[in-house]
Design a protein. Structure first.
Length: 268
C-alpha cells in the first residue's frame, strides 16, 4: 500500500512540474507593463515657405538675355524671391510667390533700383511620383504688366523629367502673345550634406515670342549645389550654360554664354 502511495505522489509531482513548465511557456515574452502609447504622426503644417536672395550674373527669361550682358560677369544683379505654400489636403497645394530684379542697369519706373516685380499664384497637385502645376503671373516692369500662364508636369525618378508650357496672354510689350514649350530633366544626388542638381532644358518658341522666328529657342545645362548651414538656412551656388538660336531670340548679344549664381535660402 505504501509503495502505491509513493508511486501516486511521484506522478502528482511530475504533473505539477509539467503544468508549471507549460504555464511558463505560455507566458514567455509577455510583460505586465502597460503597452506603449501610439504616437500619431505629426501633422503637416498648413503653411510653409522660403525666402531666397541670389546674386546672378544675368537675368535670363526663357533664354532671353534681358540686359544684354553676354559673356560679361561684371554686373551685379540681385534677385530676391519669396514663396508661400498652403497645404489644402488630398495632394493639393496653393502657392503665391514674388520675384524681383534689382540692379542699376536701367532707368527704373518702380524705384530704388527695382527694375521688375513679378507676382505669381497657382496650385500644385501631387499624386505619387507625379506633380502638376498651374499658375498665373503678373510681371510688372517698365510701367507695364505682362500677364502669363504656366503649366508644368514633373515625374520623380533618377532623371526627374518634366514638361512645361509658358504662355504670354496679355503682353503689353512689343512682342506678340504666344507660348514657350519646354522638355527637360533634372537629375539629382547628394554628397554628404550637399544636394546637387543637374538641370538640362530644351526650349521652343512660337513666332515673335522673343521678336524672332518660331522653333528651337535654346538649350541649357547647369549644376546647382545646395549646402545646409543650419536647420533652416542653406547656401546655393550654381552655373548654367546657354546655347541660344539667334533667329528665334535675336536680341541676345551672343548665342552662347554662362550664367553664374550664388546666394542664401531660408525655409520656414
Amino acid at each position: 500500500m505504501k509503495l502505491k502511495q509513493n508511486a501516486f505522489a511521484r506522478v502528482a509531482l511530475l504533473a505539477l512540474a509539467a503544468g508549471s513548465l507549460s504555464t511558463t511557456a505560455l507566458l514567455a515574452g509577455t510583460s505586465d507593463k502597460a503597452a506603449a502609447p501610439v504616437t500619431p504622426a505629426p501633422e503637416e503644417p498648413f503653411m510653409t515657405g522660403n525666402l531666397t536672395v541670389l546674386y546672378e550674373t544675368h537675368f535670363i527669361s526663357y533664354g532671353q538675355d534681358v540686359w544684354g550682358i553676354g559673356n560679361s560677369w561684371k554686373d551685379a544683379l540681385i534677385h530676391p524671391s519669396v514663396e508661400l505654400d498652403f497645404n489644402l489636403g488630398g495632394g493639393w497645394q496653393a502657392y503665391v510667390n514674388t520675384w524681383w530684379d534689382v540692379n542699376s542697369l536701367g532707368v527704373t519706373t518702380i524705384g530704388s533700383q527695382i527694375q521688375e516685380v513679378d507676382i505669381n499664384a497657382g496650385v500644385y497637385y501631387t499624386d505619387g511620383k507625379w506633380k502638376w502645376q498651374l499658375g498665373y503671373g503678373a510681371w510688372n516692369y517698365g510701367s507695364q504688366t505682362e500677364s502669363v500662364i504656366d503649366f508644368k508636369v514633373a515625374y520623380t525618378n533618377v532623371l526627374n523629367p518634366f514638361f512645361a508650357v509658358h504662355g504670354r496672354i496679355d503682353s503689353g510689350i512689343a512682342f506678340d502673345n504666344g507660348a514657350v514649350g519646354q522638355v527637360g530633366i533634372a537629375p539629382a544626388l547628394t554628397l554628404g550634406p550637399v544636394a546637387l542638381s543637374f538641370p538640362v532644358t530644351l526650349s521652343f518658341d512660337t513666332h515673335d515670342f522673343h521678336g524672332g522666328d518660331a522653333g528651337f529657342a535654346y538649350a541649357s545645362a547647369g549644376i546647382t549645389g545646395t549646402i545646409p548651414l543650419t536647420k533652416h538656412i542653406s547656401a546655393i551656388i550654381g552655373a548654367t550654360y546657354y546655347h541660344t538660336n539667334k533667329s528665334v531670340i535675336p536680341g541676345n548679344p551672343t548665342e552662347n554664354f554662362i550664367m553664374g549664381s550664388g546666394g542664401i535660402s531660408v525655409a520656414f
